[in-house]
Design a protein around this ligand. Sequence first.
Ligand code: FES
Ligand code: FES
Length: 211
Amino acid sequence: MDDTKMSEQTSESVSRRGFIKGVIAAGAVASSSAYLFRTTPLLGQPSAPGSVERLITLNVNGQDRRVDVMKQETLAMTLRYKLGLTGTKLGCDRAECGACTVLIDDVPHYSCSILTHTVRNRTIQTIEGLERPDGTLHPVQQAVIDEQGFQCAFCMSGFIMSAVGFLKTNPSPTREQLAHGISGNLCRCGDYDKILRAMMRGAAYMQKTTT
Ligand code: FES
Ligand code: FES
């Protein structure tokens, strides 16, 4: 075999090998992200027509963030796994526990039950966006620390976001009103008394900072 032929064959096999490797890598990435974001058909059902990835802008914690989202992707998934905001927790993933609570236009919402593409023109605030740029904690966060208000604290960020949202509408609630205001959040450790004490202290701190 002459040199020219051999070099042609070698470069062809290299490019074929590279191509095959590329396909396997892309397939692995596609299938793992598909698992994570539920793009694969569930129980043999086909994907919804038109379910394609879209690049959108979300306003999160005062910043515009560009992100690829699928039509069926929930806000909790986008925040946690695409924007790295893991302070938002996923508990039940079906609108029951409140662990995933974030503020959308200042109102608490279960981010596990909101499709990301529906909030592209709204303002989203997560637990990471509560503290001031100089590192000062939000009064409710500070109150949780001072009161040692949680056990395992898995539910904590959801409770804090709910309380912050509620206190925007009722800055000086009674304990009963506050309990009702954050009743969409569950604590598996059952630490409600301490949680309520902490949230009431947070309300008191907020009143001090605004007077
Ligand atoms: S994870 Fe969203 S309500 Fe439980
Ligand atoms: S403190 Fe553990 S779930 Fe609430």
